[in-house]
Design a protein around this ligand. Structure first.
Ligand code: OSB
Ligand code: MG
Length: 371
């Protein structure tokens, strides 16, 4: 049974963060993102989130570029074309190089639409194994150690099962030790977002005694070799985030020994199809895989919960409740934590309902193509 996409609409949204988030590369005060709505000839609607940041500081893609790629290069590949399986879409998108987040926004919307047309929950289609998940929280750099330890305490009290701290040279062993001293048993890790190089070897080795679950992305986004050199000198597992866009990147990482774990973000790998390929590869090659985040709104967050409820994901992901980031969300009922767990949406498709009046009041909405 196939279907065709007849109409594409877009909401351009900005949600202020409750507190600014500081990383090794900058300060984020507000998350801009788009919600892409694909309507089938039967009138059903699939949602996808375009998570790309406005500045090319996490990876090279930017929000305005992603919009152009979607409009000029991706939509023409799918509009009015018979779709029988959502995996076809990622195949058609291969003629467009890179631009994984742009591809993911459209591809995930097709998966949602496919699930809705076949009358299923996307959780079921993605082989979800549980309806609730333990999750972690990612914490930006803070000005004082007291504030940091207090922030960690609050999250632990709220039920977060793993804490990730953003680090950079000069902000690493001190804040991490402060957290470790207060919480000797906490599942704790660090994320450098590429802030280090081989000249910082001593700084990185100093983290090895803190019993960290892993160190994420110390070196540059295209650097597999130095990650391998570092991994040989650390007992703490390394995790790659920015490096991993395809299964092939995982193959390189395994061949060289660049990491022991993958932070999998659906948008960073171009969508669900490649995410599933990467999960299978990790399973077969003894790489641990866990689900990362991009400050998603409810649409991307619902999908993250659904994929992360597969059996391969035992390490708590960066899938915090939306009230950890935002005052408002774009869903009729926001995704919140209950008894230390996040519920996996079980309704049709991605299983969430948009708050249309909020979206229409606060944001730009327009129709791209109508045929
Ligand atoms: O490096 O994992 C990262 C957020 C935006 C961009 C990159 C990263 C992050 C996070 C937070 O660490 C993830 C989240 O909680 O959504
Ligand atoms: Mg990261």
């Amino acid at each position: 049974m196939g279907f065709k996409i007849k109409k594409v609409e877009l909401y351009q949204v900005r949600l202020p963060l409750k507190t600014p988030f500081k990383t090794s590369y900058g300060l984020l005060k507000e998350k801009a993102f788009d919600i892409i709505c694909l309507t089938s000839e039967s009138g059903q609607i699939g949602y996808g989130e375009l998570v790309t940041f406005e500045t090319p500081d996490y990876i090279e893609e930017t929000l305005p570029n992603s919009r152009l790629i979607i409009e000029n290069h991706l939509l023409p590949l799918i509009l009015n074309r018979e779709i029988t399986a959502p995996t076809q879409v990622s195949e058609w998108f291969q003629v467009v190089r890179g631009n994984y987040m742009a591809k993911s926004a459209v591809e995930t919307a097709v998966w949602d639409l496919y699930a809705k047309i076949t009358g299923k929950s996307l959780a079921t289609i993605l082989e979800s194994a549980t309806d609730q998940l333990e999750v972690g929280v990612s914490i930006g750099m803070l000005n004082s150690i007291e504030e940091l330890v207090q922030t960690v305490s609050n999250y632990v009290e709220q039920g977060y099962k793993r804490v990730k701290l953003k680090i950079k040279p000069g902000y690493d062993v001190m804040p991490l030790s402060a957290i470790r001293n207060k919480f000797p048993e906490l599942l704790l890790m660090a994320d450098a977002n590429s802030a280090y190089n081989l000249s910082h070897l001593a700084d990185l080795k100093a983290l090895d005694s803190l019993n960290l679950a892993m160190i994420e992305q110390p070196f540059a986004a295209d650097d597999f070799l130095n990650h391998a050199i570092l991994q040989k000198q650390l007992k703490t597992p390394l995790c790659l985030d920015e490096n991993i866009r395809t299964v092939n990147d995982c193959q390189v990482a395994v061949a060289l020994g660049s990491c022991q774990s993958i932070n999998l973000k659906i948008p960073r790998v171009g969508g669900i199809t490649e995410a599933l390929n990467i999960i299978a590869y990790c399973r077969n090659h003894h790489l641990s895989v866990w689900l990362g985040g991009m400050f998603e709104s409810g649409v991307g967050r619902a999908l993250n919960l659904q994929l992360a409820s597969r059996t391969e994901f035992s390490f708590p992901g960066d899938i915090s409740a939306s009230d950890r980031y935002f005052h408002d969300d774009i869903l009729a009922s926001p995704l919140l934590m209950k008894d230390g767990k996040m519920q996996v949406p079980q309704g049709l498709g991605i299983g969430v309902v948009l708050n249309k009046s909020y979206l229409n009041q606060n944001n730009l909405s327009y129709t791209w193509l109508k045929r």
